[in-house]
Design a protein around this ligand. Structure first.
Ligand code: NDP
Length: 223
């Protein structure tokens, strides 16, 4: 089984590659700067360059991976966006960037690698989103980040309708509040715990889960 994980040089993505390699999977981990991704290279995974916002980088990855079957794509790369919670302070340049990475990025990656996924056996696309993209669970603030993840969730749902007819499983995951650069040191769980849970969920995924939104413990999250 071959898996490609974006944003794999640190945080949740790096931990996912480590645990997947330990399970004996073939893993391709992407990084914006592979030369600086020592920990990722040390996992033994195949490392490729990718900036999810950059058309040239996406085209180069597709070219490099021509003919490689990919069973599972994990669109993990993301940015936290602007921290201030007030509407009056919302910065639109930061919000534009948040959407470029968190929403359009995964769409671009999936489109760039669709031939690889078509050729794969499992045809699974995972979007690492967030409970912060849940409209029902919205507690205010973080306009750009929340909206970028809600839009990602909507994109996943459309993808699930279209690609579901071709046997794909497209799922949205909330990794928990995780101790990474984005989650901060005071977050609730370690990346080890988050990824351990998510890999259990991944292992049980099938077409019955197409279009669903789960957390790292396999609980459904309301839209
Ligand atoms: P980190 O900030 O630790 O890591 C983010 C990763 O995304 C890095 O590898 C970073 O690469 C990469 N990245 C950022 N921008 C781009 C880009 N333009 N192209 C390619 N890669 C990029 O975050 P986490 O590991 O915590 O987050 C991973 C995912 O989990 C994100 O989608 C996030 O929204 C989600 N999430 C995280 C939560 C948490 O509590 N930590 C909670 C809910 C969701 P580089 O090093 O080059 O910047």
């Amino acid at each position: 089984m071959t898996v490609l994980v974006t944003g794999a040089n640190r945080g949740i993505g790096l931990e996912m590659v480590k645990q997947m390699k330990a399970q004996g999977l073939d893993v391709i981990g992407t990084a914006r700067k592979p030369a600086e991704a020592e920990e990722l290279r040390a996992t033994g995974a195949r490392v490729e360059q990718l900036d999810v916002t950059d058309a040239e980088s996406l085209a180069a990855l597709a070219e490099t991976l021509k003919g490689v079957k990919i069973d599972m794509l994990v669109n993990n790369a993301g940015v936290g966006g602007q921290a201030p919670v007030s509407f009056r302070e919302t910065d639109f340049a930061a919000t534009d960037w948040t959407f470029a990475v968190n929403t359009l990025g995964p769409m671009r990656v999936t489109q760039a690698l669709i031939d690889n996924l078509d050729a794969g056996k499992h045809k699974t696309v995972i979007h690492i989103s967030s409970v912060m993209g849940s409209i029902e669970r919205n507690r205010g603030g973080y306009y750009g980040y929340r909206a970028s993840k809600a839009a990602l969730n909507m994109m996943n749902k459309s993808l699930a309708q279209e690609l579901g007819e071709e046997g794909y499983t497209c799922v949205v995951m909330h990794p928990g509040w995780v101790q990474t650069r984005m989650g901060g040191p005071g977050a609730a769980i370690t990346s080890e715990e988050s990824v351990k849970g998510m890999l259990k969920v991944f292992a049980g995924l099938g077409t019955k889960d197409n279009g669903r939104f789960y957390d790292y413990q396999g609980e459904s999250i309301p839209w």
